[in-house]
Design a protein around this ligand. Structure first.
Ligand code: ADP
Ligand code: ASP
Ligand code: MG
Length: 442
């Protein structure tokens, strides 16, 4: 059995839903759907109005969104009976959303609001498949997908409940389920964070020991650079789990960073495919390493660099521990680290506790902060004994000021910290030199 996940654009219109239905029909797989594109953003906006006690603002967005859904119904279903059923489904969810405009609105209610997008998309797809004569069954994510007290998925619970549901519906032609949504340790409706449907797919893949997890989206696989900023990017055919994890973590939006670990731990290949071009090969992510090559570049925005300079660092055991402990105390993860004998630089992407961190760091030395930075991450087979690739990366960026360079932490990446203003130029220049064989001029 395979797990196939379709993202927001893949189910973003009646036409796309029909395409997905054609792709999934005929195989007894588990299909994970995101909300139709734009829906989760609208639900976030509705919640913002409700937090600000502006029910009219919320109602306006709810009504606009409802109109779009009724249009999809007209376009998607052929028969009066299924149009009626779909309208009832939509009325149910939108009437429910309208009840939130009357009461107190907290984080708890917000999560319930955010869950409606995936409930709608799976409900609509299920009806469409039924209309087409497919005996599809929806496995309600809220009945099996669960996080524990540390907000981490609980694989034992997920496995037990999911297998029970699958056993109860052995007759099904295929299974549909909602991405992103779950319950937390207290049984409340919750989610796996924005973009988390990829995570749902790999968690399911892991507990059912799927043959493969497929992430279907609007592009033909992981490209060798961010197509939103660089022209002429091309798909990478094969990636190692570690390479894909680095790329996802450092900004390759095609894959949610949490998606890789469950697949890697259970050695389940992950294939990235294009709903609009199903025949394209896409990218296969597995534990096979395509040796001796730089594969791709990604960028992570909104980075803050913090430098601590200290004369006392010289020969001081425990200095780094004390510095890192401060970040830990404020629950702020560090992405990059570089050290010298007189100082250490770290980067963070969560600025919430920055002032407190800086205050505490001042005990150990002089602290300076650079905001608006970007980590550029170059990924590939970068074992230290392979010569030359670091030189070509740094050489390509010779006209761009580099605040930090980090290499040797793993065999898979070189990370460089640049100003946000230099991001696009850095990505484009790296593509030119590393993938389009422009000889370096130095
Ligand atoms: P979905 O809604 O299907 O989850 P996403 O929008 O999350 O899709 O991810 C797909 C998008 O990721 C692409 O449209 C593309 O713009 C963006 N993207 C960013 N970096 C890369 C990359 N290296 N390769 C492919 N796509 C990328
Ligand atoms: N619908 C959710 C979002 O837009 C989850 C997902 O699409 O993966 O973030
Ligand atoms: Mg996504």
């Amino acid at each position: 059995m395979k797990v196939l996940k379709f993202g927001g654009t893949s189910v973003g219109s009646a036409e796309r839903m029909r395409d997905v239905a054609n792709l999934i029909k005929g195989n007894r797989n588990i299909v994970v759907l995101s909300a139709m594109s734009g829906t989760t953003n609208s639900l976030v906006e509705i919640s913002e109005y409700l937090y600000r006690k502006n029910p009219d603002g919320a109602s306006e967005i709810i009504n606009k969104l409802a109109i779009k859904y009724y249009e999809h119904v007209e376009q998607l279903y052929r028969t009066f009976e299924y149009k009626q059923r779909a309208k009832e489904l939509i009325a149910h969810h939108f009437d429910y959303l309208r009840t939130f405009t009357k009461d107190l609105f907290t984080l708890f209610e917000e999560r319930v609001v955010l869950a409606q997008g995936e409930l709608l998309s799976t409900g609509m797809m299920n009806l469409y498949l039924n209309e087409e004569g497919v005996n599809s069954i929806t496995l309600p994510a809220l009945d099996y997908m669960r996080t524990n007290k540390n907000a981490e998925p609980d694989p034992v619970y997920i496995k037990e409940k999911l297998h029970k549901l699958l056993d109860e519906h052995k007759e099904a032609d295929l299974y549909l389920t909602q991405g992103y949504i779950c319950r937390n340790a207290y049984g409340e409706i919750d989610n796996l964070q924005r973009g988390g449907s990829d995570y749902t797919a790999s968690l399911i893949g892991a507990v059912i020991h799927a043959e493969e997890v497929q992430i279907w989206t609007d592009i033909d696989g992981m490209h060798n650079n961010d197509p939103r900023f660089v022209e002429n990017t091309s798909p990478v055919r094969q990636l190692h789990f570690e390479e894909a994890a680095e790329l996802a973590y450092f900004g390759a939006k095609i894959l949610h960073p949490t998606c890789i670990l469950p697949a890697k731990l259970n050695n389940i290949p992950v294939r990235l495919l294009n709903t609009m071009q199903p025949e394209a090969k896409g990218t296969l992510i597995s534990n096979v390493m395509d040796k001796g090559r730089i594969k791709a570049i990604a960028a992570k925005d909104n980075i803050t660099a913090i430098k601590i300079k200290s004369g006392r660092m010289l020969l001081a055991t425990g200095f780094l521990r004390k510095v890192f402990e401060i970040f830990e105390n404020y629950q702020t993860p560090i992405d990059m680290v570089t050290t010298s004998e007189v100082g250490v630089s770290c980067t963070i992407d969560n600025r919430k506790r920055l002032d407190e961190i800086v205050d505490d760091l001042k005990k150990f030395g002089t602290v300076s902060v650079d905001n608006d930075m970007v980590i550029i991450c170059v990924v590939g087979d970068m074992e230290w004994e392979n010569v030359g690739f670091e030189a070509s990366i740094v050489n390509a960026l010779k006209d761009i000021p580099l605040r930090m360079i980090s290499y040797g932490g793993s065999n898979y990446n070189v990370s460089l910290l640049v100003k946000s203003a230099d991001k696009q130029k850095a990505l484009q220049t790296l593509s030119k030199y590393l993938f389009h064989n422009k000889p370096s001029e130095s």
